[in-house]
Design a protein. Structure first.
Length: 229
């Protein structure tokens, strides 16, 4: 007899959709270059430097021996760390997937830069910038996703899970306190007296007694149990 396959858990197919994952990576990568383009154009206009595609897709401009190189390093660090962490929190919103997406963005940028320049980056400043950007993106995006996951969920205009506690406290507040007569009847039953003043339907506490059950079927006898040591 063929062994039956175990059905996938709920949500497993939804979590492992290759097309959706590829679309999210593509959107994040486009945002990565779009923000970098805006920042590079702005800094170039402010500094009075000519803008070129090499500033966006090259690695020669990120260097540590001049002010323009430090400025480009700061641009890539701000783009990859802060802007991409915000985008990951908004689009992904799952802390366990943050390292995969953050590292994938920077790895694809390395591939694009290598293909454009036809050589691996040789400036240590570029590698330090990308390493710091990826590490900061992982840290900030993980913190943001966890903070978002811990926020209360609003369902139907109220916080989910807060309705039961409020209903139970309201029920306790609306229930009337025990009356004096009810407390006296409980004390009579514990003392061995029946509800109507007779000891036939009561029971002896800590001693020995006889009585007739409420259904009238026979008698019962209660004895004190000995504690076994």
């Amino acid at each position: 007899m063929a062994r039956r396959r175990r059905p996938p858990r709920a949500g497993a197919l939804h979590e492992l959709q290759p097309l959706r994952t590829a679309a999210q990576i593509a959107v994040l990568q486009l945002l990565f270059y779009a923000v970098a383009l805006v920042l590079i154009v702005f800094t170039s206009l402010v500094a009075g430097q000519p803008f070129g595609v090499d500033l966006l897709l090259g690695w020669e401009s990120v260097r540590g021996d001049n002010t323009q190189g430090w400025l480009m390093a700061f641009v890539w660090l701000f783009d990859g760390a802060f802007c991409m962490s915000v985008a990951i929190v908004i689009l992904i919103a799952r802390s366990k997937l943050v390292p995969d997406f953050a590292l994938t963005i920077h790895f694809l940028h390395l591939v694009v830069v290598t293909l454009y320049t036809r050589s691996l980056p040789r400036h240590s400043m570029w590698w330090l910038t990308m390493a710091g950007s990826s590490a900061a993106a992982v840290g900030l995006a993980t913190w943001g996703c966890r903070y978002r996951e811990l926020q209360p969920v609003f369902f139907g205009g109220r916080i989910l899970g807060a309705g039961d506690g409020g209903a139970s406290s309201a029920a306790r507040a609306s229930s009337p306190p025990p009356s004096e007569g009810g407390a006296r009847r409980e004390a009579d039953l514990e003392a061995g007296h029946g509800p109507d003043g007779d000891g036939e339907t009561g029971f002896a506490h800590g001693g020995r007694g006889k009585g007739r059950g409420k259904d009238g079927q026979g008698e019962y006898e209660m004895v004190q149990m000995k504690n076994s040591s």
